[in-house]
Design a protein around this ligand. Structure first.
Ligand code: ZN
Length: 240
């Protein structure tokens, strides 16, 4: 991808299939608004219980097609060892400078899996580095205008939710593209759950966040900044 075609929204996540779970519906909605979307996975999935990195790469490509993203790539940060190092910050900053997203979606900064919360801090600090002229990567300096945090699995009250009602089935289809992870199969049976259970979890979580926004299905996000309102009569969600 060249400087000539920046993306509007970039989602960064630790693992292939994270974006599908936390903000895939939002990427579909942005695409439906004619925005250019992209996904950067920080690892390639070589440490997973099921499937090889190559297999997960093919599955990620298929999921990317279902999510209609303009670009998807993976860095070579070790799976299970996402660390906020200088080297990793430079790797991410280089991608930010190439893709030039106006909005960046990062994982929420707290969670169970260290790769997830480390990706959050790593992504934020890479944005900072990416804007510094003295950091040489071969591309001009760049910082996203906005960073939002995908908080679906976080114990956090969202700042806002995105209505994904028309896209819920496609988002689920993108998740099932990871057949090595989600197909009903015996290996890792105690760690992995069957399709019906995944569907129920996915839809009920989306329904929960949908209710918060007065729609059927939604994905939640946290922004650190305070919102700025122009016209009070246009606020979108009913209070009573
Ligand atoms: Zn993950």
């Amino acid at each position: 991808m060249s400087d000539a075609d920046p993306v509007d929204v970039l989602a960064i996540a630790a693992h292939r299939d994270d974006v599908e779970q936390t903000c895939g519906g939002t990427l579909l909605r942005m695409h439906s608004l004619q925005l250019r979307t992209a996904i950067l996975d920080l690892t390639q999935g070589e440490a997973g219980t099921r499937g090889s990195a190559e297999e997960r790469g093919r599955e990620a490509d298929e999921a990317a097609r279902i999510l209609c993203v303009a670009w998807r790539g993976a860095l070579d940060i070790p799976d299970g060892r996402v660390e906020n190092t200088w080297e990793n910050r430079i790797k991410v900053a280089r991608k930010l400078r190439q893709l030039r997203p106006r909005v960046l979606i990062l994982p929420y900064w707290q969670g169970r899996h260290p790769d997830h919360y480390n990706s959050s801090t790593l992504g934020y600090e890479a944005c900072f580095l990416s804007g510094l002229a003295k950091i040489e990567t071969g591309e001009p300096p760049f910082r996203p205008f906005k960073i939002v945090y995908a908080s679906l699995y976080a114990d956090a009250r969202p700042s806002f939710v995105v209505d994904i009602s028309p896209f819920i089935e496609e988002r689920f289809r993108a998740l099932l593209a990871y057949r090595s992870q989600y197909a009903d199969q015996p290996s890792g049976g105690s760690l992995f759950v069957p399709h019906d259970e995944i569907r129920e979890r996915t839809f009920s979580l989306a329904r929960h966040y949908g209710l918060l926004g007065g729609v059927r299905y939604a994905e939640p996000f946290v922004q650190k900044e305070v919102g700025l309102v122009d016209d009070l009569t246009l606020l979108p969600v009913a209070s009573i």
